[in-house]
Write a protein that binds this ligand. Structure first.
Ligand code: PGA
Length: 245
């Protein structure tokens, strides 16, 4: 399975000009660029090889949902992937598993590939890998609840294992633990849905450690935050990922 590198720019950069410059430097096959909503059109026009991703989506297709962006609106802009259930949205915006499940299902129904983020907080990880697995299993079951009834087999579902304590902290999981979790997630998601599943690792991935994660056969790529905003570093990461394709 070819490796996927997703650039999650979060609420960066400040200006569309910088977004275009960053997109140009990140434009390669096997890369998904997920800029803030307002930069989607400009980034879409800039890239030739990279795919376009969004950082969120609403589950309804139209209506009185102030601030909402529908899956079809994203699709019309050329978006192919959409990040759903990122821990920052769960923490700062109170996004629940219920909401995440609706978003995953809505994305799939519209032909977008969801990038579902799951991962345990530090309090759980301190109890050990078994506790972390239990937490992730619970999240997965809840977040994929809407998928079972969909007739969308042969579609791709991306699941990013992102331990909350590793995001933006410079403290990544070990490749061995991330791989164990990726295998666990694959087994669980195959049981709960008929889709083909890729599992990525995310959480302080950079040019120094990305190779060790991608070398794990169970890990199909990386979801990259901070390092994706540094053009030279991200280019290095892309070329490392290309070595695994
Ligand atoms: P990070 O973020 O690479 O800065 O840790 C990853 C993410 O939040 O997706």
């Amino acid at each position: 399975m070819s490796k996927l590198t997703i650039a999650n720019w979060k609420m960066n950069p400040r200006m569309v000009r910088e977004a275009v410059r960053l997109a140009r430097a990140s434009d390669a096959r096997g890369v998904v660029i997920a800029p803030p909503f307002p930069f989607l059109p400009a980034v879409g026009r800039t890239v030739n090889s990279a795919a376009l991703g969004a950082q969120d989506v609403f589950w309804e297709s139209e209506g009185a949902y102030t601030g909402g962006v529908s899956p079809a609106m994203l699709k019309a802009l050329g978006v192919r992937y959409v990040i759903v259930g990122h821990s920052e949205r769960r923490a700062h915006l109170g996004e629940t598993d219920d909401m995440v499940a609706k978003k995953v299902a809505a994305a799939l129904r519209t032909g977008l590939t969801p990038v579902l983020c799951v991962g345990e907080p530090l309090t759980v990880r301190r109890k050990g890998l078994t506790a972390a697995k239990r937490f992730v299993a619970h999240q997965l079951r809840a977040d994929l609840r809407g998928v079972r009834s969909l007739v969308v087999s042969r579609r791709l579902l991306v699941i990013a294992y992102e331990p909350v304590w590793a995001i933006g902290t410079g403290r990544s999981a070990t490749p061995k633990d991330a791989s164990a979790m990726a295998q666990f997630i694959k087994k669980l998601s195959v049981v709960s849905c008929q889709l083909s599943v890729k599992v990525l690792y995310g959480g302080s991935v950079d040019a120094r450690n990305v190779g060790a994660f991608l070398a794990e056969p169970a890990i199909d790529g990386a979801l990259v935050g901070g390092a994706s905003l540094k053009p030279r570093e991200f280019k290095k990461m892309i070329s490392i990922a290309e070595g695994y394709n």
